[in-house]
Design a protein around this ligand. Structure first.
Ligand code: WT7
Length: 652
């Protein structure tokens, strides 16, 4: 069970918020969804797949679970994901509807209709195909959040190839590991992107990542965005705008089987090596579209939707690209940070585009809470009618603030639980049905079967805590870990028979609503981003100065968790520099090895680490120290003086 979250502190808010009569009347998702799904779960998903998507070849089989834990959904059907997100809307007469309102950080803007987006994706597909991209090939996308990133993803999908988007904040080392693991033949990047008023280089990192000549990468497409100088390898590197200028805008989308891989997205696990989570087409798109429509109560003719996630994360895949575009939504995408050039930038964007549905992470909400309500109150947020939260538990205080200050005290809030692996939302209120409860993600969506169980796999019942599991296959479930079937089975399917183990602790309240309590493994959640303690420890021990390292997630009021590292130096480095100087070097190093988001908040240089008699690092004690608590039970510790030594160095 997560030791950093205390259920009692979460439960003090007792109010519930039923939807208004008006909201109920106009709601997209009605109570009958639950009835239909509970009567015939597979029939329900088959209906959704048929209603929400266009199938070039209709399917007759809904689920084939004979190869468990690898599912086949709609296995004999065929579709084109890109066609479903683009052409069919244009063919239905919606070509003039805006798909993307792009807002650049420097203030440049561009609204792109479905017709224009379709044309751009057709051209991009022709460009990629002319450079040899074929079904099943892998393409790395390493971009700022600009329209070309979305276009590149949809072009890869259109050709039945597989994209792997790498968040632009990851270092060239992380990029290299992902390119190599996926054996990608193409990279789409930009010269640079805008962030906090400066240009950050991206092409540079790509050059480093593929410098050694043994790289699988044959072509690098470079979008001009930052305007910064870049190195150029003739023959390998290609300017996106030049390639796009000379190519036909006609491209007929070919159908691929439902289980054709769509993307690989790397995420942190409990070991040092990130996992390439594999998602396929028909099931993924069905659940992304279904959840986007019903959880966000989407009225595509009138709503303006904005999800603040970057496309480098699963939220950006399912709720910036695939869900909204499959549903023909109009949405905002914003390149920059919330505080540039002023702390009201997000609220200004909501006012400007009359955003009606807004989806973000609790960390952001808590940061704005700290800055004060005066900032959002300067803007007209009256267009908002629904708010969403994702990535980590939202504490009731933040939930109430979000509703009061951003949602004018009236908008429903949906707290959505899901994971990179689940592909789409699994647990959430339906805003026109559920009376919402601050702090709880509440109920599994129609067609989703979850449970909270004890260590033996037995249902815990109301008012008890345990482990969150998914007991039946779902359409957007991961189909594996790229190149590592064993790890896939071991990580998710070996804890309980035939049951997906999510890695989260959860509590059921008296109404059987689910409260998420955080990870039960060595995965940290920092600002809604997933990081592995092992991955950061591996980076730290790879530094020439360090002998041993331990990393823990300490609870933090704003970011949920903060990374705190304890490092033992090799003896010849002890005392060579001040601790502050050493800490600085180690933090920079982790930034280079993984990315800025993985830099520890604090690095303590220590003489020893507390270990059990069997040699395991006692992270619980380190967490106590990192959170400034009285150190707990040390009876299994080999040498209790270690704690005194660490405490002394920490308090120095
Ligand atoms: C982990 C998955 C799903 C998109 C963003 C993160 C935590 C996610 C919630 C929520 C409490 C949440 C879980 C989960 N998490 N949403 N609403 N309430 N915790 O995706 O990087 O794959 O991380 O994020 O711990 O296991 P991810």
């Amino acid at each position: 069970m997560s030791e950093s979250t205390n259920i009692d502190s979460l439960l003090h808010e007792e109010r519930q918020f039923p939807p208004s009569a008006d909201f109920v009347t106009n709601a997209v998702g009605k109570p009958d969804l639950y009835t239909r799904a509970s009567k015939d779960r597979l029939g329900f998903w088959a209906d959704q797949a048929r209603e929400l998507l266009h199938w070039h070849t209709p399917f007759t089989q809904t689920l084939d679970w004979s190869g468990a834990p690898v599912a086949r959904w709609f296995g004999d059907g065929a579709l084109n994901v890109s066609y479903n997100c683009l052409d069919r809307h244009v063919e239905a007469g919606l070509g003039d509807r805006v798909a993307l309102h792009f807002e650049g950080e420097p203030g440049d803007q561009k609204s792109i209709t479905y017709a224009e987006l379709t044309e751009a994706v057709k051209k991009a597909a022709n460009v990629m195909a002319s450079r040899g991209l074929r079904q099943g090939d892998r393409v790395i996308i390493y971009m700022p959040l600009i329209p070309e990133a979305v276009i590149a993803m949809l072009a890869v999908a259109r050709l039945g190839a597989i994209h792997s988007v790498v968040f632009g904040g990851f270092s060239s080392e992380s990029l290299r590991a992902r390119i190599d693991d996926a054996q990608a033949t193409m990279v789409v990047t930009a010269d640079g992107g805008h962030r906090r008023g400066a240009v950050f280089p991206l092409k540079d990192a790509v050059d480093h990542a593929i410098a050694d000549g043994a790289s699988s990468v044959e072509n690098v497409f470079v979008v001009k965005r930052g305007g910064n100088d870049v190195e150029w390898v003739a023959g390998r590197d290609l300017w996106w705008h030049e390639e796009m200028a000379g190519v036909s805008d006609e491209h007929t989308a070919e159908a691929f089987e439902s289980e054709n891989p769509l993307f690989i997205l790397y995420t942190s696990g409990t070991t040092g090596k990130p996992k390439g989570i594999l998602h396929t087409s028909g099931g993924y798109l069905t659940q992304a579209a279904f959840t986007h429509k019903n959880v966000f109560d989407l009225h595509p003719e009138t709503d303006v939707y904005w999800c603040t996630a970057d496309i480098g994360w699963i939220t950006g895949h399912s709720y910036v690209v695939y869900g909204p575009l499959a549903n023909g939504a109009t949405q905002v995408i914003y390149e920059g940070t919330p505080d540039t050039p002023h702390p009201g930038r997000w609220w200004e964007i909501i006012e400007k585009y009359r955003v009606s549905i807004f989806y973000t992470a609790p960390t952001a909400i808590r940061t704005f809470m700290k800055l004060g309500r005066e900032i959002p109150q300067k803007f007209d947020l009256s267009s908002l009618r629904l708010l969403g939260s994702v990535g980590e538990p939202i504490n009731p205080e933040a939930w109430i603030w979000y509703r009061e200050v951003i949602g004018s005290g009236i908008t429903p809030i949906v707290d959505t639980w899901w994971q990179t692996e689940t592909g789409a939302i699994m647990i959430s209120a339906l805003p026109g049905v559920t009376a919402t409860k601050p702090g709880s993600a509440q109920v599994p969506l129609p067609g989703i079967s979850i449970d909270v169980v004890d260590d033996a796999g037995v249902h815990v019942g109301p008012e008890a805590g345990g482990l969150l599991v998914v007991t039946e296959p779902w359409p957007s479930m991961l189909r594996g870990i790229w190149g590592d079937e064993e790890r896939f089975k071991e990580t998710y399917w070996s804890t309980f028979p035939n049951t997906y183990f999510a890695g989260d602790g959860a509590h059921l309240d008296a109404d059987n609503d689910v409260w998420l309590l955080g990870r039960v493994d060595d995965v940290m959640n920092v600002s809604g981003h997933r990081l592995s303690t092992m991955e950061i420890e591996s980076a730290l021990v790879a530094h020439p100065m360090s002998a041993e390292a331990a990393v823990v997630g300490a609870s933090d009021d704003t970011t949920g968790q903060a990374i705190v590292a304890f490092v033992i130096l090799k003896s010849r480095f002890v005392g060579t520099e001040t601790d502050a100087a050493l800490e600085g070097q180690l933090r920079t190093w982790v930034g280079e090895q993984i990315g800025a988001i993985a830099k520890p908040r604090k690095v303590f240089i220590v003489a020893e680490l507390p270990k059990t008699r069997s040699g395991k690092i006692m992270r619980r004690l380190l967490r106590d120290i990192a959170e400034g608590r009285e150190v707990g039970d040390t009876t299994t510790l080999t040498d209790t003086t270690v704690i005194r030594t660490i405490n002394t160095s920490v308090n120095d």
